[in-house]
Ligand binder design. Structure first.
Ligand code: SDX
Length: 426
């Protein structure tokens, strides 16, 4: 119910238009602009810079203060005290699980980690050097060809089964992408391992012998999963919601999210950061790249910097930077040359007026690539890790959308093309 009103006067229109204003539990009030259509008006907001596309209870970001909450819990506390599957439960159910609920949830996920044996045939159709995100778009979309038993989007139980299947199978499919690219056999999940341990073993283990997962790397991997879990209505999540609004099945919607995430302006940035750091190569070359990033004529941007919402530090980047130091110290590679370039780049950029005025701070992608590289993940798998982690956010938003009355998403436009005209007849 609107507790406030906005009043709009428009040149050429009689009187004023009254628009309801709603307040959330946190964040800016929103003006309900739906009555404008009746007045023959649309709002205009390319890139949705100031548009609230929906109501949601899952995640809240305060861009000015650098705050990120899942179910009201700060990301720093979840990264320190929780684990990824517990955060999955929180996003799907709105509350942290009791110990019994957590055990049941973990067991259900664990027992869904295998994929249909025929899915492995799909990989054989790809070139070995295919980008793993291209393969993920394909095989995740293909899951809808295997799971016809739970595709009724209006059935809450079917939606829950899809969520379990996707959370459970993404690590298996991600590891299969990597194994396929290096010509090694696929590894089956092991039910006695934790989510992150299972993933790392499927990535780096072989059938030729036991593979012991380092607890440090497993903990770092789980933390990376948590830090990428959800982030309000970002481009890929908005894509999943829009695809879901047409009634498309959840696997197709998640495949659409994977495609949207792949772009270097979004989830593809973590791979692009490593490419950029390698291109910089030496701290002495940093000024040249800073100048290029500032040059409006040069399309080059400092990958891992800037954010549509954060006008302060991305809280995830702070946790990621701390984890980076811990992991590299544990591995005895604290002098990683790329980390040194990254830290120097961050220091210079944060003192430079261009970045300070535009409030361009390091985002989640700036340090994640360095940790992933230290864990042994190849650069072209970085965005796959992001997609794996974000699956819970995507499916939670998709589920939230279908849990209440909804409409197909259908934005309008400002048309500036040719007026009506007749086809020239001879
Ligand atoms: C993610 O939305 C989410 O929540 C995303 C995400 C999630 O968890 O889902 O947080 C994950 O996508 C993080 C962002 C990863 N992308 C990158 O690191 C790529 C580099 N960053 C930029 O492409 C950019 O900062 C964006 C895309 C992230 C944000 O773009 P906006 O909000 O559209 O900002 P803008 O392009 O309008 O930039 C404002 C100004 C411009 O200069 P002026 O026109 O004012 O002169 O800042 C400049 C831009 O040119 N600018 C940069 C820059 N980012 C913005 N200049 C140099 N380097 C950069 N990185």
């Amino acid at each position: 119910m609107a507790d406030k009103k906005a009043r709009l006067t428009v040149d050429g229109l009689e009187g004023e238009i009254e628009l309801p204003v709603y307040s959330g539990t946190e964040g800016p009030d929103v003006i309900d602009v739906r009555p404008l259509t009746g007045q023959g008006l649309f709002t205009y907001d390319p890139g949705f810079v100031s548009t609230a596309a929906c109501e949601s209870k899952l995640t809240y970001i305060d861009g000015e203060k650098g705050i990120l909450l899942h179910g009201g819990y700060p990301i720093e506390q979840l990264a320190q005290h929780s684990d990824y599957l517990e955060v999955c439960y929180l996003l799907l159910n709105g509350e942290l699980p009791t110990p019994e609920q957590k055990e049941k949830f973990n067991n259900t996920v664990t027992n869904h980690t295998m994929v249909h044996e025929q899915l492995s045939q799909f990989f054989k159709g790809f070139r070995r050097d295919a980008h793993p995100m291209a393969i993920m778009c394909g095989v995740v979309g293909a899951l809808s060809a295997f799971y016809h038993d739970s595709l009724d989007i209006n059935d809450a139980h079917h939606r829950e089964v899809c969520a379990y299947r996707l959370i459970a199978k993404m690590p298996t499919l991600a590891a299969m992408c990597y194994k396929y690219s290096i010509g090694q056999p696929f590894m089956y999940p092991q039910n006695e391992l934790s989510y992150a341990e299972n993933f790392l073993r499927m990535m780096f283990g072989t059938p030729c012998g036991d593979y012991k997962v380092s607890p440090t790397l497993a903990r770092a991997m789980d933390k990376i999963f948590i830090l990428h879990a959800d982030h309000e209505q970002n481009a890929s999540t908005s894509t999943v919601r829009l695809a879901g609004s047409s009634g498309a099945n959840p696997f197709a919607c998640i495949a659409a999210g994977i495609a949207a995430l792949w772009g270097p302006a979004h989830g593809g940035a973590n791979e692009a950061v490593l490419v950029m750091l390698n291109e910089i190569g030496d701290e002495a070359n940093i000024p040249e790249f800073i100048d290029r990033a500032k040059d409006p004529e040069d399309p080059f941007r400092l990958m891992g910097f800037g954010h549509r919402v954060y006008r302060n530090f991305d809280p995830r980047a702070k946790v990621m930077k701390k984890t980076c130091d811990e992991v590299l110290a544990e591995l005895g590679i604290e002098n990683d040359p790329l980390l040194k370039i990254a830290k120097r780049l961050e220091q210079i950029a944060l003192e430079d007026d261009y970045f300070v005025q535009r409030k361009l701070y390091p985002n989640v992608d700036f340090y994640s690539g360095i940790i992933l590289k230290a864990i042994g993940i190849p650069t072209n798998m970085f965005t796959v890790i992001f997609a794996l982690s974000r699956t819970i956010g995507w499916i939670s938003h998709w589920n939230e959308f279908h849990s209440s009355p909804n409409k197909i998403g259908r934005p309008r436009q400002l048309y500036t093309g040719p007026k009506l005209r007749d086809y020239p007849t001879k």
